[in-house]
Design a protein. Structure first.
Length: 244
């Protein structure tokens, strides 16, 4: 794993930052994409470089600007001359009840959760083919079980799962493409009622909330060990999908 280069979108905080730390701890060099969380991204970069000098770069980019995505790939190439894995983690999440959905919300949610992964994967593909690399999309269990009042988000994540399967066919045999679908890992940043949280946790087979590290380990597995896996979705939800 040493000297492999991984680009992680939305890497400044929450699950993305944990993924970055986990991959870096296994010897990988990381490009930490962020949009607005500059302080957190640069702090993480500095922490990782203190552990292993020259092993992390922070790069700001608005993923809605398709023309700017090539710059993320160029950062990887300028830093280390290669790209081994792309983790499409960046996501936007908020409710869009039917009857109140706006075109702006559609463009935002689909843009971040589906459009950006497509065009970033397209830009990365030629370089990933050279390294027999992989793409990992962070999907959601609600790609298959729509979340009430989150119609657009659920549609976008469902599209991301199909994008995963389509890219696996299009980019094979050189590039593997898979997804990780988390369940109750981190609660949304907006306030969530404790009763709702408890109901969600009780609906899992393991009767507990997951941790960002659980997602990071799934990503690590797909990069390091899943060399004969492509077009698949690994669900990390504590067995929540088994509930009625």
């Amino acid at each position: 794993m040493e000297n492999q280069v991984v680009l992680i979108t939305g890497a400044a905080r929450r699950v993305g930052a944990v993924i970055a730390r986990a991959l870096h701890a296994r010897g990988m060099n990381v490009v930490l994409h962020y949009r607005a969380s500059r302080g957190e991204a640069e702090a993480l970069r500095d922490q990782l470089n203190a552990i292993r000098p020259g092993s992390a770069i922070a790069h700001a980019c608005d993923l809605h600007h398709t023309a700017a995505l090539e710059g993320l790939i160029e950062t990887c190439l300028q830093g280390w001359g290669r790209l081994d894995a792309l983790v499409n983690n960046a996501s936007t999440f908020y409710p869009t009840p039917v009857g109140e959905i706006t075109e702006t919300q559609w463009d935002d949610l689909v843009g971040t959760n589906l459009k950006a992964p497509l065009f970033l994967s397209q830009a990365a593909a030629p370089h990933l083919k050279k390294t027999a690399g992989c793409i990992i999309n962070i999907a959601d269990i609600h790609a298959g079980r729509p979340l009430k009042n989150h119609t657009v988000y659920s549609i976008a994540k469902a599209g991301l799962v199909m994008l995963t399967k389509s890219l696996a066919r299009e980019l094979g045999p050189e590039v593997r493409v898979n997804a990780v679908a988390p369940g109750a890992i981190l609660w949304p940043e907006r306030e969530l009622d404790e009763i709702v949280k408890q109901r969600i946790v009780s609906g899992t087979a393991l009767k507990r909330q997951g941790e960002p590290g659980d997602v990071a380990l799934a990503v690590l597995f797909l990069i390091r060990d899943g060399t004969y896996i492509s077009g698949e979705v690994i669900t990390v939800d504590g067995g929540r999908g088994l509930s009625d």
